[in-house]
Design a protein around this ligand. Structure first.
Ligand SMILES: Cc1cc2nc3c(=O)[nH]c(=O)nc-3n(C[C@H](O)[C@H](O)[C@H](O)COP(=O)(O)OP(=O)(O)OC[C@H]3O[C@@H](n4cnc5c(N)ncnc54)[C@H](O)[C@@H]3O)c2cc1C
Length: 615
């Protein structure tokens, strides 16, 4: 096997033909470049955000008044994520197949956060997800509208029961592991058999070790170990003397970190064992997540409070509703339903390997068109029409439409539609999105994981808060990696942030942090942490990494109300005010649902279209 030196590695792929990769797909000038197969820096990639940032500059507008109107539509959708594509779908269903619909998106691929990452090595394709990961508890959380759309797209939830092989990693003796890094804990230690928190879903097979045995191996002092174990003691009430209602109110207004350190008397070391654990779900560490929320997620410290255990609705079902490309499959199903010549096939299975023809997304003869690399810069109602300006390839253009759905980020809307009422603009602007980075690393084999007996690693004080083997999902002829000697995708998550500050400030600081990082900066952190976590199992990044795709999402999860920083009625007041339909312009996106979920993106698309058509 050829040795890949640091010098050979550029923008995500090893520049060696012997590696079996297809770097030709990288060349931007190549008309055959297939967006899902691009490696290097993806997500909110270069070329997608510059125009939007110019619009965001205070008081500056794109001059569009004098431009000719080039096209006329029934509906223009701003934002080609799941919400925008679903809005196009609901509109066509209500208005009929003759409805002329244009979807604009600023990226070079459709799907918004729901992005697919393909890799080819030794003639084999591995499929990964670059953003929106799984359908979260669809039987518990999904509305009839969201379930109905999935059904109409051919998605049967039962199929995941067999497609997702829940026993695969446990059957190899693998478990969840915890990595405690030397910068915080004095030395690098990976401990298999994580017993600190319980993963989602009934029957999750995890090979957790007995708590005492697990804690004994952590690199913390004996007194910290005793404090950690005491958190699980059901006979200990850290809030003795308070009524149940007072306890609940206290936990809503106290961060989990403060609860551990100030209420339960734990050391900083103990708090650090948990600090980064909620990052993946909340985009915030323990310093900014309410203790009440983590109680519902099964974190320790609450068993003795005498409160009825409430489990977050998100945790009631197994976490198995995952396509090989994550929720990009939903975006692909929507695009194929809207534009049948975009890809062959009709089922949830055949969409997995279906090649999409991007040249067919925006053809003049189609009633539904998806136009990529197009940033909307201006929305205004005039007479009985909505006029929309957008920038594509450096040229500003104008179209008109009967109706518009803004399915883009809420904080962008005040800039493109300043005519909205001030209170609505303020509500929209308060949706500060969570920055996060999902990285896929293609490795030539995964023997080190077998050696170390882990399938996923939680690293509560590291740059990457989780590092995992890809989900074991086989579907539509695609087989997940089964042989540890074969290539595998590793999934790494990074959430920046600035512990100690309020949620929005952390998000704003984090957005800038990851915008300022180059691919080389990320690559350095990836290699360093993988070598340190997996090196004891035989991993050598210079030899074992074949490709990297960094999906950078400075504007990631939509804002969800946080009881530490927002009033109880936040959803009923601010979120509702933000999504008001104004004239012929309706507002969707998961932002309009007050949380970052596919089903909310769909629900809000349906509501937006309904409100327009009821007029
Ligand atoms: C890393 C990550 C992981 C996630 N995991 C999950 C998960 O497991 N389960 C889940 O349910 N949800 C998850 N989500 C939440 C995700 O936001 C939703 O699932 C869903 O994809 C949101 O769809 P949307 O259409 O509302 O928004 P988006 O996907 O953000 O789509 C909006 C689109 O509008 C574009 N846009 C913005 N402004 C303009 C403009 N002016 N002109 C043109 N286009 C514009 C944006 O760039 C984007 O492409 C995840 C999100 C992220 C970032």
């Amino acid at each position: 096997m050829p040795r890949i030196t640091r010098r050979d590695f550029l923008n995500g792929v090893a520049l060696t033909v012997a590696s079996g990769l297809t770097p030709a797909a990288q060349v931007a000038a190549d008309p055959a470049r297939y967006p899902p197969a691009l490696t290097g820096m993806r997500g909110q990639h270069e070329g997608s955000f510059e125009v939007a940032h110019a619009v965001g500059r205070e008081g500056w507008r794109y001059p569009i008044e004098s431009l000719a109107i080039e096209e006329s539509y029934d509906l223009v959708v701003v934002g080609g994520g799941i919400s925008g594509l679903a809005a196009a779908w609901f509109y066509r269903r209500a208005a009929g197949d003759d409805a002329r619909i244009l979807v604009l998106d600023n990226h070079d691929d459709f799907g918004g956060h729901a992005k697919r990452n393909d890799f080819t090595i030794n003639g084999r394709t591995l499929i990964g997800y670059g953003g929106s990961q799984s359908l979260q508890s669809p039987k518990t959380l999904y509305s009839p509208v969201a379930r109905g759309l999935l059904r109409d797209l051919g998605v049967t939830l039962g199929a995941f029961q067999t497609a997702f092989d829940r026993s695969f990693y446990p059957s190899l003796g693998l478990s969840r592991g915890v990595f405690l890094a030397r910068e915080t804990f004095g030395r690098d230690v990976l401990v298999a058999g994580d017993a600190l928190t319980v993963p989602q879903g009934e029957g999750a097979q995890i090979n957790a070790r007995p708590l005492g045995e697990f804690v004994a191996e952590l690199p913390i002092t004996d007194s910290s170990k005793a404090q950690l174990l005491a958190l699980y003691d059901a006979g200990r009430d850290a809030l003795r003397g308070k009524s149940p209602a007072e306890k609940k109110a206290f936990l809503k207004k106290t961060s989990y970190r403060d609860y551990l350190m100030k209420t339960c008397g734990c050391s900083e070391e103990v708090a650090n064992c948990f600090q980064g654990r909620p990052l993946g779900f909340f985009g915030l560490g323990c310093d900014a997540v309410p203790a009440a929320d983590l109680a519902e997620f099964g974190y320790p410290g609450f068993a003795g409070l005498g409160l009825t255990a409430e489990h977050a609705a998100e945790r009631r079902e197994p976490y198995i509703y995952h396509f090989p490309d994550g929720n990009a499959a939903i975006a692909r199903l929507l695009v194929r339903a809207l534009i049948p010549n975009a890809a062959p096939g009709h089922t949830m299975d055949d969409v997995v390997l279906a090649p999409f023809d991007y040249a067919n997304l925006d053809r003049i003869e189609q009633n539904v068109r998806v136009r990529l690399n197009s940033t909307c810069v201006d929305v205004r109602e005039q007479d009985v029409k909505v006029r929309i300006g957008y920038v594509r390839d450096g040229t500003t253009r104008r179209v008109e439409t009967k109706h518009a759905v803004l399915a883009c980020f809420h904080m962008m809307i005040p800039h493109i539609m300043p005519s909205l009422p001030a209170a609505q603009r303020e509500a929209l602007a308060s949706n500060v999105k969570t920055p996060l980075v999902y990285t896929n690393v293609l490795v030539r084999d995964w023997r080190p994981w077998i050696e170390l007996k882990v399938s996923s690693i939680s690293a509560p004080m590291s740059f990457h808060n989780t590092v995992s083997l890809d989900f074991p999902v086989s579907m539509g002829g695609y087989q997940h990696a089964r042989d540890p000697g074969e290539p595998m995708l590793l999934h790494l998550a990074h959430v920046p942030g600035a512990p100690g500050l309020d949620a929005r400030t952390q998000f704003r600081i984090g957005q800038i942090k990851i915008y300022q990082m180059t691919f080389a900066d990320f690559e350095e952190r990836i290699r360093d942490e993988l070598d340190r976590m997996l090196g004891p199992g035989g991993f050598v990044s210079a030899r074992d990494i074949a490709a990297i795709t960094v999906n950078r999402w400075p504007h990631g999860y939509g804002y969800a109300a946080n009881s530490l920083f927002d009033p109880d009625d936040y959803d009923e007041t601010v979120v509702k005010r933000a999504r008001q339909t104004v004239g012929r312009v309706a507002i969707a996106n998961s932002d309009a649902g007050g949380d970052a979920y596919v089903h909310l993106a769909i629900d809000q698309a349906e509501r937006a279209v309904r409100e327009l058509l009821q007029q």
